[in-house]
Design a protein around this ligand. Structure first.
Ligand SMILES: *Cc1c(COP(=O)(O)O)cnc(C)c1O
Length: 387
């Protein structure tokens, strides 16, 4: 079955749902508990909704299908998925090698929760060059954690090479694939062991649900993560499971529109005299454009750029936009714009930020699915305010 068909059908087969009533949309099973006819066996397979729920099961089947995985799990947020993964594969004294340009919340989880409270050690490397991953590995390394492209500077990691390096040493590779969605990139097919998503972004796609996903092929790993998810209770609610099921149905058409708009915006900004540089993997000027073409089937809806004049210019520009909403988050149908240094990445200390090139003039766009001319006109009029 092809991607678009899977997004519409997997998990919602009318024959198998709700006693054969034939609903084409999976019902929202709000029940917290499920009755049984015999004491020693759950009659319909369900006991209690933290452990398993029919609406969430439908979504988990779809998650697995979209990443070409055997197993999918739906979490209460992307961070809940990351934390549960870490507690499933790491123990005190273990070491993690991670890309140095990660989602700000991931850095907060690693540096301010897992390092001090769980005794886990982290080394951040510039994973654009996989040799840096190899050099970062230690005797006690148990996990390589990547994003590609990274947030917000759109740096890529060669996932085939990175997973090979990790696998040789028996180390798990996990990829946060939130930025590309499974429509443009499938890390498990490139050799990764675990793929994660914040479904709050493209998977749900409408900025109205917080959720997370993990997809894996290895049964033992799946069982370990599922055990921990149930133990800590990091599950997605039935209502949000329904929302994400509904959102994923349009994932392919939305992603095509996001990418088309992002490409047009990037091409508009690149030659603009008030813009110093544009980071978008779909531009031939992107230093890893060839790698992007080899591991992604499109370039996604995210881009960032440096505005000439630093913080003051960025502030003037951002506060004069009308179509773009000045807001954190990404991946919704509406175009969003934000200032990473003051907003999404503010929790990262300044010197860490500057080390990875995340300066005060950097602006990040999540291109929505509006008409591209309205977006470009909005950018143009806000740029005209910049002195
Ligand atoms: C938003 C985001 C997360 C965290 O997900 P939540 O659903 O907000 O908990 C993790 N990684 C990336 C790349 C994100 O954009």
């Amino acid at each position: 079955m092809r991607f678009e068909t899977k997004t519409v059908h997997v998990g919602e087969d009318p024959d198998f749902r709700d006693g054969g009533s034939g609903d084409v949309v999976v019902p929202i099973h709000l029940s917290s508990t499920f009755a049984r006819s015999k004491v020693d066996e759950p009659t319909a397979g369900y006991e209690y909704s933290r452990s398993g729920n029919p609406t969430r099961d439908a979504l988990e089947a779809r998650f697995a299908a979209l990443e070409n995985a055997k197993y999918g799990l739906a979490f209460s947020s992307g961070m809940a998925a990351e934390a549960t993964l870490c507690f499933s594969v790491l123990k005190p004294g273990d070491h993690v090698v991670a890309f140095d340009d990660l989602y700000g919340g991931t850095r907060r989880l690693f540096d301010r929760v897992l390092a001090p409270n769980a005794g886990i050690e982290f080394t951040y490397v510039d994973a654009r060059d996989c040799e840096n991953i190899r050099c970062g590995l230690k005797e006690n390394t148990k996990l390589v954690f990547l994003e590609s492209p990274t947030n917000p500077i759109m740096r890529l990691c060669d996932m085939r090479e990175a997973s090979d390096i990790a696998r040789e040493r028996g180390i798990i590779t996990a990829v946060d694939n939130t930025f590309m969605s499974p429509y443009f990139q499938n890390p498990l097919d490139l050799g990764a062991d675990v793929v994660l998503h914040s479904t709050s972004k493209y998977m749900n796609g409408h900025s109205d649900s917080i959720g997370g996903a993990i997809m894996v092929n290895d049964e033992e790993l799946f069982r370990a993560i599922k055990f921990n998810q149930n133990a800590v209770g990091a599950v997605l609610s039935p209502f949000d499971s329904y929302m994400v099921l509904r959102g994923t149905k349009t994932l392919a058409v939305r992603m095509r529109a996001h990418a088309e708009n992002a490409q047009k915006i990037a091409e508009y900004l690149e030659p603009h005299p008030k813009i110093d540089c544009v980071h978008y993997p779909g531009l031939p000027s992107h230093p890893q454009h060839e790698l992007a073409k080899s591991q992604m089937s499109g370039f996604g809806g995210m881009l960032s750029f440096e505005i000439a004049g630093g913080l003051e210019a960025a502030r003037t520009f951002l506060e004069n936009l009308e179509v773009f909403a000045l807001a954190e988050s990404l991946g919704g149908v509406e175009s969003l714009i934000e200032h990473p240094a003051l907003m999404t990445h503010a929790s990262i200390p300044r010197e860490e930020r500057e080390k990875v090139g995340l300066g005060d003039g950097l602006v990040r766009i999540s291109a929505g699915i509006e008409h591209p001319d309205d977006l470009i006109e909005d950018l143009e009029s806000a740029l005209a305010h910049v002195g």
